[in-house]
Unconditional design. Sequence first.
Length: 203
Amino acid sequence: MVLAGTDTSAVTLEWAISNLFNHPDVLKRARAELDAQLGQEHLVDEHDISRLPYLQSIISETLRLYPAAPILLPHFSSDDCTIGGYNVPRGTMVLVNAWAIHRDPKLWDDPESFIPERFGRSGDDLSSQVMPFGLGRRSCPGSGLAQRTVGLTLGSLIQCFDWARVSEKEIDMTEGKGFTMPKVMPLEVMCKARPIINKVLIV
């Protein structure tokens, strides 16, 4: 449980930050939201996350493009059923490819692009199309904790530091092999503390 709860969150954060570096306008808007909602006197806290819809959209879009577990945990069909036109007998192991569903052009506009704004559109309910934690009663029991942990960490990193790439080249977004889909090239960036550090972290 400890490994599942830490590795997946760390991988998600690395993908999220990598996406922000390749989309500086998104990073700028996320920082503006944090500054507008919390100012420079208050470090983001758990109860603040609900006031940061754009930050939540960034996390949702990251989980859509780079789900921590691209192939969900195996399930067994409890009864004879039909899935995608295929007859599945009772007791069959079923593997769900969340990565493919999240990039299906039948479900998503411009599915390969990082567009957090797609989650902020009024009237759009995308909850049933994004399944990084699975769906229903067999979904990941740690999804709530993961969402809060990633939200708090990403929000703190954006709020407390100015970030820069180590070179002019975009961050390599090539996916590696592994159960939690790591990056082939680990993220390497530079950071500089923002003034808020002196107010909230240094006693």
